[in-house]
Design a protein around this ligand. Structure first.
Ligand code: F6R
Length: 252
């Protein structure tokens, strides 16, 4: 695992993702607030000719069940608006309105597999340690399926809706086992509200109480955090030392 503590998480995460981008790359995309600076930076680089998205395709992590894809807060709408439409990247996501939700989960797993798997997956982290919408108690080997959001996650996401009651209860999310199959995982976290979850994910025991802790089992993970989100990391000084002494030929 690499832990990068920086005042510019969007730029650092964009560096890590851009390093993978070439014709045929499969991107894994997260929604929510944390990735927005990353998408803005990637689009800025595309406009400057520093990155080209031709032949790139993308998959999202999760979707609210029962929210029409046309709803402005469906994750399919959000990712298209914030990134994939302006980038010209075709995107697939789990359809939370599918009549047969289990069949949709199976379809989605197959679609990712048929694309050759995800090359680089961008992740955020919930205040309760979820990645995707794998809430505490999720199987560390889980596949795409329906999950029930915790009251904490529904409260956290109420800012995107008119009222807290409007936040859907159920979601369709890639499982932890699904996410772990991506080649490179890049997790972005900012703000003091994420400090406890980041510390549990990076330095806590691996377990279902902090689903993001399963990333410790993956050989190629980059945590990109700002100072506030790094506040509870016991080895923060060591991570800074590692960054300062990163071998020159060691890229992302
Ligand atoms: C969204 C997702 C979630 C979010 C997490 C953090 O696709 O997978 O795990 O990344 O809830 O959300 P923000 O970034 O809004 O704090």
């Amino acid at each position: 695992m690499e832990v990068v503590i920086t005042e510019n998480p969007g730029i650092v995460a964009a560096d890590a993702i851009a390093a993978h981008v070439r014709r045929g790359t499969v991107l894994g995309l997260a929604t929510g607030s944390s990735p927005l600076p990353v998408y803005a930076e990637l689009l800025r680089r595309r406009d400057a000719g520093a990155v080209v998205f031709d032949g790139v395709r993308a998959f999202t992590l999760d979707e609210y069940v029962g929210l029409p894809r046309s709803h402005p807060q469906s994750y399919y709408s959000v990712i298209r608006r914030e990134f994939t439409d302006p980038a010209g990247i075709p995107v697939d996501g789990p359809d939370g309105e599918a009549a047969d939700i289990q069949a949709e989960a199976t379809r989605y797993e197959a679609a990712i597999r048929d694309a050759g798997g995800v090359d680089v997956q961008l992740l955020g982290i919930g205040t309760d340690g979820h990645i995707g919408f794998n809430e505490p108690g999720s199987s560390l080997a889980s596949r795409t399926r329906v999950k029930t959001l915790t009251p904490q996650t529904r409260a956290d996401n109420a800012r995107f809706f008119d009222s807290a009651d409007d936040v859907p209860v159920h979601v369709l999310t890639q499982g932890l086992g699904t996410i772990l199959e991506a080649e490179h995982l890049v997790l972005v976290a900012t703000g003091s509200g994420k400090a406890a979850a980041v510390a549990a994910a990076v330095e806590g025991p691996v377990g279902a109480m902090c689903p993001a802790s399963v990333l410790q089992l993956h050989p190629y993970v980059t945590f990109v955090v700002d100072e506030a989100a790094a506040a509870d990391l016991r080895l923060a000084d060591y991570y800074r030392f590692v960054a300062d002494h990163k071998p020159q030929d060691q890229g992302w």
